[in-house]
Design a protein around this ligand. Structure first.
Ligand code: CP
Length: 331
């Protein structure tokens, strides 16, 4: 496997290899181990056609901690505004000797196009494309959950999966590449996933995804859960004002202070609250929940660097296995 385009085609062995390698990488950048020489002489290009804080910065930090040279490209202020195509932009950057191209694009499928077109030879890593996929976000989320699950079950995390873990993914599933990538990866790792959303914010065909679907957040919390992942309401991708209203959305699908307290009342003392960021505080998550001891928001950001180091290292060293077709365990 030369590229990391989605979690559907990643396969269990590659997913576990990335998580295990990320665990080894997690000490790099701390006081004792500043850098590894693993990618010395290699060049990583960050090609961002859409805004990003966490993903872009953590890919840059990851590449630098592996001693790679990094070229950051942002469509804003570039010749893309003069009409330069994806092909010409990518080939221009590859002429500067790119070994890996990390691409975020507003169009679903742009990373796959880059990987399969023959325009460039570099490994392609999808850093989020349209509403399609965000595989490294799902991997860092899984890494965060696996650390928590290993502690909870008293098992070693290295080599482990998420078998038996109950995960809710809540909110604007329709526009979320994070939700899509998480559903496939979490099922590959054996977790039981339930999507909770207003009917208007679920995609057509969701009944074919390997998960359960509910409209009722309170009922799913009552049933017991180990991780609640709140999704950002993506107002910028909505053509008209979304139904329900922001007020009703927050009341029925927001993780507010009352629902945070409900976890205590339900004796769900180990349940974690996740969010990929950026957060709309007061809409899908309250500040009380985002800043609570249950919140893993900053752990997720921290883990993103190790996971991206692992992905870059394994792809550029040729250590990813070929996965012909996605093989998912039965639900
Ligand atoms: N979670 C995430 O992708 O954040 P950014 O858009 O800031 O990269």
């Amino acid at each position: 496997m030369r590229h990391l385009l989605d979690t559907e085609s990643l396969g269990r062995d590659n997913a576990i290899a990335i998580l295990d390698t990320a665990q080894e990488m997690s000490a790099v950048g701390e006081r004792e181990v500043k850098k590894l020489p693993a990618l010395r002489g290699r060049t990583v290009v960050n090609l961002f056609f859409e805004d990003s804080t966490r993903t872009r910065i953590s890919f840059e930090a990851a590449a630098k901690r592996l001693s790679a040279d990094v070229i950051n490209f942002s469509a804003k202020g570039s010749s893309v505004s003069k009409g330069e195509s994806l092909k010409d932009t990518a080939q221009t950057l590859e002429a500067m000797s790119a070994d890996a191209v990390v691409i975020r694009h507003w169009a679903s499928g742009a990373p796959a196009r880059l990987a399969t077109s023959g325009w460039i030879d570099a490994a392609v890593i999808n850093a989020g494309d349209g509403t399609h996929a965000h595989p490294t976000q799902a991997l860092l989320d899984a890494f965060t959950m696996r650390t928590h699950w290993a502690r909870l079950t008293g098992t070693p995390s290295v080599g482990g999966d998420l078998a038996g873990m109950r995960v809710l993914i809540v909110g604007d599933v329709l526009h979320s590449r994070v939700a899509r990538s998480n559903v496939w990866l979490l099922r590959t790792l054996g977790a039981r996933v339930t999507l909770v959303a207003p009917p208007t914010l679920l995609p057509v065909g969701v009944e074919h995804w390997p998960c359960e679907v509910s409209y009722d957040l309170d009922a799913t919390l009552e049933a017991g859960v180990d991780a609640v992942m709140m999704l950002r309401v993506q107002a910028e991708r909505m053509k008209a004002s979304f139904f329900p209203s922001a007020r009703e959305y927050a009341r029925r699908w927001g993780f507010d202070d009352a629902r945070l307290a409900r976890l205590d009342a339900l004796a769900l003392k180990d349940t974690i609250v996740m969010h990929p960021g950026p957060m709309n505080r007061g809409l899908e998550i309250s500040s009380g929940a985002a800043d609570s001891p249950r919140s893993t928001v900053l752990d997720q950001v921290r883990n993103g660097v190790s996971v991206r180091m692992a992905a870059l290292y394994l792809l550029l060293s040729g250590d990813m296995k070929a996965v012909p077709t996605p093989a998912l365990p039965a639900f």
